[in-house]
Design a protein around this ligand. Structure first.
Ligand SMILES: *Cc1c(COP(=O)(O)O)cnc(C)c1O
Length: 454
């Protein structure tokens, strides 16, 4: 009898995730995400393709109202301004505008987008270090709020003011030590070294400029509300100084954006859902600092907030499909999905929550999740305890509404559809999937290169 030799299979030692309590209690069981706002994930993919960005209008409105409530119950005059660069899909911007948000833009491109969306000029806040003379002229004409970043910009505005009829409405951006390091001192004028005061003196001594506000944006994903308290106190002190020296009332104090979202930063010990401060906590720190400052009751400024990330992250999901399951040479299991870092820029900072979109076994294994790009850094999750999925099954990546639709990269593939689910659960395509032509229409091949012979 001839004995057939069986092929050798490399042994793999696998840790079983049994339900023993750790210091946080029992291992958390979780459920698949089979639908978003009542629409089945598999139906969305069938109709609009995979991968697919999905935005929940309901979540945007709910989150906005929660933030608005937190601030307006603590302070009499609150105004939000939607940060365009966080997500400038027009449909998204307009949901915020319908809720009463102004627009906060950081480039001429974004400025034009806000105007085209129908935002009134005087309700556009123009931030950023690169405003061209043409941008500034337009903003002055429209009565927009220009937040000056540096002295060269101040002098350009002063020059424009000489030859224009309108008086430019300006504010300064102030950077400062709030205990958040590294300090973002590259934007605006420094508080501690007196530069902010120098800028204010120059503006107030120029009769052609109207100083309307004071602005700070101390950073992004700031987990400590007291840092905003410090920033608000320093801006309030400047406002008091301006009132005393120039008898001029500051109309608004703008604390910028930067509130953390519930995403989990890479290497964080606890999940973001546990560590992210509430809107109430930020509102408490900021409003307390302003109302307890020396600003007189009659001069209380409007409080402007340019919150981006914290208002939109939860509303966005990225749906995708499993391309393959592979066993890596070191024994780890890996999944290749059709969502890459080109569509999920924030995967460089966050451990995104990836959830199967169909029922699954609760038997999990430590896995790596790769994207589809031919690029070694295309990793969506380096290490995730994940159930076994099959080719063609779907996953949902949650909390991706902030920055991914503006910082995305066009690399070896085209961008997919973006769908918004309205308040009645009806999906609308708000940005069409790109075609080859969307990109090649911008290319010009010189005539002598048009003929090839291969
Ligand atoms: C980016 C930015 C914002 C929004 O910041 P988030 O961290 O998304 O809240 C607000 N204001 C300015 C000036 C910005 O540059």
């Amino acid at each position: 009898m001839s004995e057939k030799k069986l092929p050798f299979e490399r042994p793999i030692i696998k840790k079983l995730n049994v339900n023993v309590p750790n210091k946080f209690g029992l291992k958390t069981e979780y459920d698949p995400i089979t639908s978003i706002d009542g629409v089945m994930v598999k139906d969305l993919i069938k109709e609009f393709g995979s991968p697919l960005y999905v935005i929940s209008e309901r979540t945007i409105r709910d989150t906005y109202r929660e933030a608005k409530r937190a601030f307006s119950t603590r302070y009499p005059k609150v105004q939000f301004a939607w940060s365009y660069k966080t997500n400038y899909m027009n449909a998204v911007c307009n949901v915020f505008h319908q809720e009463g948000s102004w627009a906060e833009v950081v480039s001429g491109f974004e400025y034009d987008k806000a105007i085209a969306n129908g935002v009134q000029g005087q309700h556009i806040i123009f931030n950023g270090p690169d405003k061209t003379e043409k941008d500034l002229e337009k903003a002055i004409k429209n009565g927009s709020l220009i937040h000056i970043d540096h002295f060269d910009e101040l002098y350009t505005i002063a020059e424009l003011a000489e030859k224009m009829e309108q008086k430019p409405k300006v504010s300064i951006r102030v950077n400062m030590d709030t205990g958040i390091y590294p300090m973002w001192t590259r934007f605006g004028f420094n508080y501690e070294n007196g530069e902010a005061w120098e800028a204010l003196n120059r503006i107030l001594l120029n009769k052609k400029l109207e100083l309307v506000g004071l602005h700070a944006h101390i950073g992004t994903y700031i987990m400590v509300p007291w840092a905003y308290g410090l920033a608000a106190k320093k801006l309030a002190d400047l406002a008091v100084g301006v009132q005393t020296k120039f008898n001029h009332t500051i109309k608004y104090i703008d604390l910028g954006g930067g509130f953390a979202s519930k995403n989990t930063l890479k290497g964080a010990f606890s999940p973001g859902t546990d560590t992210c401060p509430t809107f109430d906590a930020y509102a408490e720190a900021i409003s307390t600092a302003i109302i307890s400052s020396a600003i007189l009751p009659d001069h209380m400024p409007i409080l402007i907030l340019e919150t981006g990330r914290a208002l939109i992250d939860d509303a966005g999901s990225l749906l995708g499909s499993v391309i393959a399951i592979k066993r890596l040479a070191d024994g780890r299991r890996s999944l290749v999905i059709d969502i890459g870092v080109n569509l999920l820029f924030t995967s460089f900072w966050y451990e995104h929550k990836v959830t199967p979109a169909q029922p699954f076994t609760h038997y999990t294994e430590d896995s790596v999740i790769y994207g589809p790009l031919c690029m070694n850094i295309d990793v969506i999750r380096e290490n995730i305890s994940f159930p076994l999925l099959n080719k063609g099954e779907h996953v949902v990546i949650s909390r991706i509404g902030a920055y991914n639709m503006t910082q995305w990269m066009q690399f070896i593939t085209l961008r997919p559809n973006i769908v918004m689910i309205d308040m009645d659960g009806k999906p609308h395509v708000i940005r069409k999937a790109e075609q080859n032509e969307s990109l090649t229409s911008h290319e010009i091949t010189p005539d002598y290169l048009k003929k090839i012979n291969v």
